[in-house]
Design a protein around this ligand. Structure first.
Ligand SMILES: [Zn+2]
Length: 135
C-alpha cells in the first residue's frame, strides 16, 4: 500500500517487497516482516533474508469506497490484515475476490501486482505483493 515512494527508497526495498523477505532473530528466532535490524523481543541483531511462504489467513479487512490518489479506478477494493503462517501480520490489498464474497479467516496467498496507477508519466510505477484467495 505504499505510494509516492522516492526512487532510492524504491531500489533499496525492492527485493524484500517483491519477494516477501524478512528477518529472523539470531537469538530467539522471532520473525519480522518487513525486515528489522534488531529484534523487538530481545533487542539482539536479526539476520536478513528469511523468505516467507506467502500463505496466511485474513484477520480483519475493510472495503475501501473513497480511495486516495492513484486508487480511484479500483474502488471498491479490499484491504486486509493478514497473519502470515509464520506469524508476522501484514496489511495489504486483497484482490481477485468481490467485496461481497469476502469473509474473515479467508486463506490467502501472495501475488505480485502493480500497486497503483502512476499519478503522471514521470512517476515510478511501483509493484509489490497483494493477496489472492488460496486455492
Ligand atoms: Zn529476539
Amino acid at each position: 500500500m505504499t505510494q509516492e515512494v522516492s526512487i532510492p527508497s524504491t531500489w533499496r526495498t525492492t527485493a524484500p517487497r517483491y519477494r516477501l523477505i524478512g528477518s529472523k532473530c539470531s537469538t530467539c528466532g522471532e520473525l519480522f516482516f518487513p525486515p528489522r535490524n534488531a529484534c523487538l523481543s530481545c533487542l539482539m541483531p536479526t539476520k536478513n533474508g528469511f523468505k516467507f511462504s506467502g500463505f496466511g489467513d485474513v484477520l480483519s479487512y475493510t472495503v475501501i469506497h473513497a480511495a486516495p490518489a492513484g486508487f480511484q479506478k479500483e474502488i471498491p477494493y479490499i484491504v486486509g490484515l493478514v497473519e502470515l503462517e509464520e506469524g508476522p501480520r501484514v496489511t495489504a490489498q486483497i484482490v481477485d475476490i468481490d467485496p461481497e464474497d469476502m469473509v474473515l479467516s479467508l486463506q490467502v496467498q501472495t501475488t505480485f501486482r502493480r500497486y497503483a496507477a502512476p499519478p503522471n508519466s514521470k512517476s515510478v510505477i511501483t509493484y509489490g505483493y497483494k493477496f489472492i484467495p488460496r486455492f
